[in-house]
Design a protein. Structure first.
Length: 460
């Protein structure tokens, strides 16, 4: 009851703040030039799981789709892809430019350490300025996957390259020991040379997050690098060669991982509405403690565009994983994505998946995540947005007898509503809430938490 009253007061305060901001900036809005009409939501690509998990997806997504927002750090095996690397203008005549951006966030979390018993709540505040410099039209790439504006705008293929650095400081109202100064540095670019399209994305990120796999709040350091290429052999046939590195380090007594991966694809457009692909992947997983792993994948994928309003994409295959001093395992992996735009400004997205993740717990190996989520987005009066996402995920741990996670299975449920609105052309506000509940088969990993947040996004 106490948490519900606190949460109610927080949400009420956030709504009051949003109304005050809207009223305060109404004169500014009258002076602003009218925003261009926002296009229908773009097609989407597979998202990260609903909560932060270590490692990287063990299945490659169907191409030509852009990710829906997710609270976790995207693995670079999710992007870029063939659909994003389409021919564009040549760096806008090599014009150099810079962009200033930033974020201010205030949140209430009812269980900051995701504990099964003795939950501790707190108010969390974050300020994050940023500076990006580069060539070409890259401003749209800075909206980020969590921005409401990003979700509702369509971006054409273009050539660009930029570097972005966004330091942040996070402080807790009552748990000062969790305060952190973090870094987010990115290098990103894509360009086309006749039939060959090349892409690069690299990111170094540090953060203090609640980690369901570990069952506690931990400091993490991510290093993700993707080098991608696509060659258009003919109007119907294309080839892809992609390389990835995903590294995750923890502070304290945890298991750090580094994964090197290569995947290659042959794609064929059999009809204007259907594209098929066949491919394979090989990967090596190095762990700071415990056995190393290797795995191979054989995959097929298909994309069906029934119309401009409906897109269905499916990837499926098998994964063969070898772990030192443990039996070899074979698992099925898949991903399904359905995007539907029934009306102007409305968007429905359904995803189902099964993929593998490395565990950060000492003595543990990896787990298979199987889940589904559905998201509904609605644009109102050009400046206002509504979003509702709900989902479920099962984490099935593949550990041997004697492991701390032997026989562990987690069932995670979540629901996440949100609203957003443009205050000016360079400032928007988002108000979100989230409820998570995790039921684990072993003690100490079950929890539930409620989060309410207000965020101001600036982009000049």
């Amino acid at each position: 009851m106490r948490e519900q009253r606190i949460l109610g007061n927080v949400i009420q305060g956030m709504m009051t703040l949003g109304l005050l901001l809207s009223a305060f900036t109404r004169p500014l809005l009258a002076q602003e030039a009218e925003l261009p009409p926002i296009a229908d939501p773009p097609p989407i690509e597979p998202a990260s799981p609903p909560t932060q998990f270590p490692g990287s997806p063990a299945i490659e997504p169907v191409r030509d789709v852009r990710p829906p927002p997710a609270p976790s750090t995207d693995s670079f095996t999710e992007m870029p892809n063939e659909g994003e690397l389409t021919p564009g203008n040549a760096f806008n005549d090599h014009r150099f430019c810079y962009v200033l951006h930033g974020e201010v966030r205030a949140a209430y979390d009812s269980n900051i350490f995701i504990r099964e018993h003795g939950a501790e709540d707190d108010f969390i505040f974050t300020i994050q300025p940023g500076l990006a410099m580069g060539w070409g039209d890259f401003k749209s790439e800075l909206y980020g996957p969590n921005s409401f504006r990003h979700r509702f705008e369509r971006y054409l293929g273009k050539n660009y390259i930029f570097a972005d650095y966004s330091p942040s400081y996070t402080w807790f109202a009552t748990h000062g020991g969790e305060d952190s100064f973090d870094h987010d540095a990115r290098l990103e670019g894509e360009w086309t040379i006749k039939r060959l399209t090349l892409g690069v994305r690299a990111r170094y990120l540090t953060e203090n997050v609640a980690e369901p796999d570990i069952g506690d709040r931990v400091e993490e350091r991510h290093l993700n690098v993707a080098l991608t290429s696509s060659y258009d052999y003919s109007g119907k046939t294309s080839f892809e060669v992609n390389a990835y590195y995903n590294g995750l380090d923890y502070a304290g007594n945890r298991v750090d991982t580094g994964e090197w991966k290569n995947d290659d694809w042959l794609n064929y457009q059999i009809s204007p509405k259907v594209k098929l692909g066949v491919g394979g992947a090989v990967a090596y997983v190095n762990r700071s403690s415990g056995p190393t792993q290797t795995y191979e994948q054989g995959l097929v994928r298909a994309k069906y565009e029934a119309s401009q309003k409906v897109t269905l994409a499916v990837t499926a295959g098998a994964e063969w994983r070898q772990t030192q001093d443990s039996p070899n395992r074979t698992d099925g992996v898949f991903q399904l994505d359905l995007a539907w735009t029934p009306f102007d400004g409305s968007y429905i997205y359904l995803q189902a998946y099964r993929r593998a993740y490395n565990s950060g717990i000492e003595g543990s190996e990896y787990f298979l995540a199987t889940g589904a989520s559905i998201e509904y987005r609605q644009r109102l009066f050009q400046r206002f947005f509504f979003d509702l996402t709900a989902g479920y995920q099962n984490a099935d741990y593949k550990d041997e007898l004697g492991s701390p996670n032997f026989g562990r299975s987690d069932d995670l449920y979540f629901v996440r509503p949100g609203v957003g609105f443009d205050i000016t052309t360079w400032l928007n506000c988002e108000i979100t809430g989230e409820y998570q509940k995790n039921d684990s088969s072993i003690p100490g990993h079950s929890y539930d938490t409620t989060i309410a947040a207000v965020r101001l996004n600036l982009l000049f």
